[in-house]
Design a protein around this ligand. Structure first.
Ligand code: ATP
Ligand code: MG
Length: 390
C-alpha cells in the first residue's frame, strides 16, 4: 500500500488573486526539499496539494519531517491509499493508524465520498470502519463532539484514502514570496531565532558573520555554520558571508574611546552588512536584538546603529524575553549549539562601562580618527562566501 501526503494551504488561502502564484512557489519549494528523497508526483485539487511518491522504497518519515519544515503549510496529513473496497478499508484503517489509536481514549470516523456511486453512504462507511476499529482497540470510546483522533476515510475517483489527525505544519509564508534579506548572525542564541522568524515570513536568507581571528577561533565559525544549517532546514539554502573583522576591531581599540567600542563595532557591522545586502539584491537586514537586553540594545544605542544602515532593519525579537527566545531556539533545535562555549567577536575588547545613552554626535566624534571607507573596503575584500544547504 502506498502512503501519500495531503497538504492544506492554510494562510495561503487568504491571498486572493495571488493565491495561484503562492501555491506554485510553495510546490516548487516542496519539490526542491524532497528532490534528494526520490521522485514524486504533485497533484493540485482545490485547496489541497497531494504529494505522491513514485518509488515504493521512499522514506515517508523523512518526507513528512521535511514537509513539516516547509513554510507556507499550516497543516498536513499522511494518508494511506487503498483500493475502494470496504474489506480493504476495514482491514487497513486500524493497522495504519495503530500508533495514534493505541494511545488515544476517544475517536470518531468521518467519511467523505466524492464518488457518489460508491455502494455505501458516508454514515454507513463511518459505522463500519468505526466497528472495525473498536474490535481491534476495545479500550477506545466513540466521541463525535471532541474526539482525540478523527479517522477520515475519503472515497475518491480511483482510490480510497485513510488518514488520522492532521500534523502541524511550519506555518508562515512560502520562502521567496517576500523577497530576500540579510541576517547578521553570531554564534549566540538570538540571531538564529531571528533568522528563523523572518524566514517564516517568506524571506530568502543571506547571512553575514563577523569573525576576528586569531581572537576568535575556527570552531566559532564552524558553530555559526552549524546554526545556519538548522535555520536552512526551514528556509532552504543560505548564502553565507564570513567577514574578517580583525583589522576593524584593532583599529577601534587603538583609536576610539573605550566606552564606545561595542557601538562603533556594531555600526561597522551595519555598514558592511548593508554593502553585502546591496550587492546581493537583498532588501532588509535582520538582527537578534531585544530591547534593553544589553548596553548596545538600549533605544539610543539602536538609533545610533540604525543611522548607518542603508536598509530597513528587522528585529523580530525586540519585544521578547530571553526565555521566550530560548523556547523558539529549542524548537528549531539550535539551542544546544548556541550554548557551546566559543567566543564571539563581540566579546573581544568589550568595554568595562559601555555607554548606554549615546548620541549620534558622540559616535561621529568617536569615529573621527578612523578611515571608515578604507576599513570597510578591505573587510569586504577579506570575505569568504559559502553556501549552507538544507
Ligand atoms: P546573539 O545571541 O544573537 O549573539 P546577543 O544578545 O549576544 O545576540 P549582541 O552580541 O549585542 O547580542 O548582538 C546583537 C546582534 O548583533 C546579534 O543578534 C546579531 O544579529 C548581531 N551580531 C552580533 N555579533 C555578531 C557577529 N559576530 N557577526 C554577525 N552579527 C553579529
Ligand atoms: Mg552575541
Amino acid at each position: 500500500m502506498k502512503e501519500i501526503i495531503l497538504i492544506k494551504n492554510g494562510e495561503l488561502a487568504l491571498k486572493g488573486l495571488n493565491r495561484a502564484t503562492f501555491e506554485d512557489i510553495l510546490i516548487k519549494n516542496i519539490r526542491k526539499r524532497l528532490r534528494p528523497l526520490g521522485d514524486f508526483e504533485y497533484r493540485k485539487e482545490q485547496s489541497t496539494v497531494s504529494v505522491i511518491p513514485l518509488d515504493d522504497e521512499t522514506d515517508m518519515n523523512e518526507v513528512s519531517d521535511r514537509i513539516g519544515r516547509v513554510f507556507g503549510i499550516a497543516r498536513y496529513s499522511r494518508a494511506l491509499q487503498v483500493p475502494k473496497d470496504m474489506g480493504d478499508i476495514k482491514e487497513y484503517a486500524p493497522k495504519y493508524l495503530k500508533d495514534q489509536l493505541s494511545c488515544a481514549g476517544t475517536f470518531k470516523v468521518e467519511a467523505k465520498r466524492s464518488d457518489k456511486k460508491f455502494p455505501l453512504t458516508s454514515p454507513q462507511i463511518s459505522a463500519e470502519v468505526g466497528g472495525a476499529i473498536l474490535e481491534k482497540y476495545p479500550h477506545l470510546k466513540v466521541d463525535v463532539r471532541n474526539p482525540e483522533i478523527t479517522v477520515t476515510i475519503e472515497i475518491r475517483e480511483k482510490f480510497a484514502f485513510i488518514r488520522g489527525n492532521q500534523l502541524k505544519g511550519a506555518g508562515g509564508l512560502p520562502t521567496g514570496t517576500s523577497g530576500k534579506s540579510t541576517v547578521l548572525i553570531s554564534g549566540g542564541i538570538d540571531s538564529p531565532v531571528a533568522a528563523y522568524m523572518m524566514a517564516k515570513r517568506g524571506l530568502v536568507l543571506n547571512a553575514v558573520h563577523f569573525a576576528s581571528p586569531p581572537y576568535t577561533s575556527p570552531q566559532s565559525e564552524d558553530k555559526v555554520f552549524r546554526l545556519l544549517k538548522k535555520v536552512a532546514s526551514f528556509s532552504g539554502s543560505i548564502t553565507f558571508f564570513t567577514v574578517c573583522f580583525t583589522e576593524i576591531q584593532e583599529a577601534i581599540r587603538d583609536n576610539c574611546p573605550e566606552d564606545m567600542f561595542t557601538l562603533i563595532m556594531r555600526r561597522f557591522m551595519m555598514r558592511i552588512a548593508s554593502a553585502i545586502a546591496e550587492k546581493e539584491d537583498s532588501k532588509a537586514l535582520i538582527t537578534g536584538e531585544s530591547l534593553g537586553q544589553v548596553a548596545s540594545q538600549t533605544l539610543p544605542a539602536i538609533a545610533c546603529t540604525d543611522a548607518v544602515a542603508s536598509f530597513p532593519v528587522f528585529r523580530p525579537l525586540i519585544g521578547n524575553d530571553k526565555d521566550e527566545i530560548i523556547a523558539i531556539s529549542r524548537k528549531i533545535d539550535a539551542f544546544d549549539i548556541s550554548i557551546e562555549p566559543f567566543e564571539d567577536c563581540c566579546t573581544v575588547f568589550t568595554p568595562k562601562h559601555p555607554k548606554t545613552k549615546p548620541t549620534l554626535q558622540m559616535l561621529e566624534e568617536a569615529e573621527k580618527n578612523l578611515d571608515v571607507e578604507t576599513l570597510i573596503e578591505r573587510a569586504l575584500e577579506n570575505t569568504k562566501v559559502t553556501v549552507v544547504g538544507f
